[in-house]
Design a binder for this molecule. Structure first.
Ligand SMILES: [Zn+2]
Length: 384
């Protein structure tokens, strides 16, 4: 969700435009802002109170010499933003920078397993097909992350978008069992114990959020490790609570420069994601990229290159060839391919060059150890 300040700023832009150009359809639009759903009548008491505060704040800074709009119309605009707004991220997809309303896109319905995705590319919004779509098939996008059990996705959709999802995946609870998987083995853990661990994981995730917002990353690592130690004997490899911890732990460890350890956790995360996500899911593509980079930086060039290739193929679909992230990936794919070739030809030289690059020193080429030579640590430069 976006902040209330971002919503107010967008509302002001929409009203300024209405003042300048009048309401109604703008060029290329199939539907106008006035016609979009605002769901103001569905708001609960608490949300109504928030809306009133937002309205008062808005009117306070809305200039007196501009066209004045009725309270009902401003409420409509704020309501439209809240249920149709699309978070805009920076070019690298790392940070949310604002919110936008794209009337044509609001006509595309939700499905938890959609056939399209929406991406912001070079100042334009794009609706991209995730695979072959048959004539007459409805175009759908997902408004929420798939990595929640169907009951939780439906709850989120009801709270934020005011509808009950009746997609195939929700009706059948597809992949719910994988997302809540427990450890396979001789003895299945009892229901009570599983419940206990999931509650512990939820509590820990809250503590992690707090520690992350305070920037105490060593605390985050400690919390993750404690949680993982409890989860591992009980939860299965595709359990979303385990995957959430692995995702945070690998991200923070790689930030703290514990790259090798980060690579191990991110590999487990991606193996789980591959079994859960749609093969062309944008989040899966971004996670593959992150995991590939971590392996590359850890000197695990074979796995790193393979993952960057997979991420590139996926982002060609979800982001398209002109998107800045896809272009970054292409450059990394080419670079890792060269490094991989060197690695395959001469493993010793590869590690030597990598070490030198890490220490930012010029490469000192040492003679390669023959198969019967002592290990590199004992290796002496031969006199000329
Ligand atoms: Zn659904």
């Amino acid at each position: 969700m976006f902040s209330r300040l971002q919503s107010s700023l967008l509302a002001a832009q929409i009203l300024w435009r209405a003042e300048r150009e009048g309401g109604g359809l703008t060029e290329g639009s199939l539907v106008s802002i006035d016609e979009l759903q605002d769901h103001v009548e569905h708001l609960g008491a608490e949300e109504k109170k928030e809306l009133r505060v937002d309205l008062e704040n808005f009117l306070e800074f809305w200039p007196a010499d501009s066209q004045q709009f009725g309270l009902q119309y401003i409420s409509h605009i704020l309501g439209v933003i809240s249920c149709n707004g699309f978070t805009l991220s920076d070019q690298r997809g790392l940070q949310a920078v604002g919110v936008g309303v794209f009337p044509n896109l609001c006509m595309v319905n939700h499905d938890c397993w959609p056939n399209c995705s929406v991406i912001f590319n070079n100042g334009k919004i794009e609706l991209r097909a995730l695979g072959k779509i048959s004539p007459g098939e409805e175009l759908t996008v997902s408004y929420v992350d798939f990595l929640n059990v169907s009951e939780d996705r439906r709850k989120q959709l009801r709270n934020q978008y005011y509808f009950d999802c009746s997609c195939q995946h929700c009706q059948k609870g597809t992949k719910d069992d994988l997302m809540l998987a427990v450890k396979e083995g001789e003895e299945k853990p009892c229901q009570e114990r599983v419940k206990e661990i999931i509650q512990f994981s939820k509590d820990t995730l809250e503590k992690i959020d707090k520690a992350r917002s305070e920037g105490t990353y060593n605390e985050v690592v400690k919390l993750c490790r404690e949680c993982l130690a409890k989860q591992e004997p009980i939860l299965g490899d595709t359990n979303i609570y385990l995957l959430r911890i692995l995702s945070i732990l690998s991200e923070v460890l790689s930030y703290l420069q514990h790259i090798n350890e980060a690579a191990g956790y991110s590999k487990r995360m991606i193996d789980g994601y591959m079994k859960l996500y749609h093969p062309n899911n944008a989040q899966l593509g971004m996670a593959l990229m992150r995991t590939g980079v971590t392996h590359w930086h850890a000197g695990l060039i074979e796995v790193g290159h393979e993952m960057l290739c997979k991420a590139y193929a996926l982002l060609l679909v979800t982001h398209g060839p002109t998107h800045p992230i896809t272009k970054d990936l292409e450059a990394m794919r080419v670079q890792t391919e060269m490094e991989l070739r060197l690695f395959q030809q001469n493993e010793f030289l590869y590690h030597k060059m990598r070490e030198a690059a890490l220490q930012n020193q010029p490469v000192q080429i040492l003679p390669e150890p023959a198969s019967d030579a002592p290990p590199p640590g004992l290796f002496q430069k031969k006199p000329q």
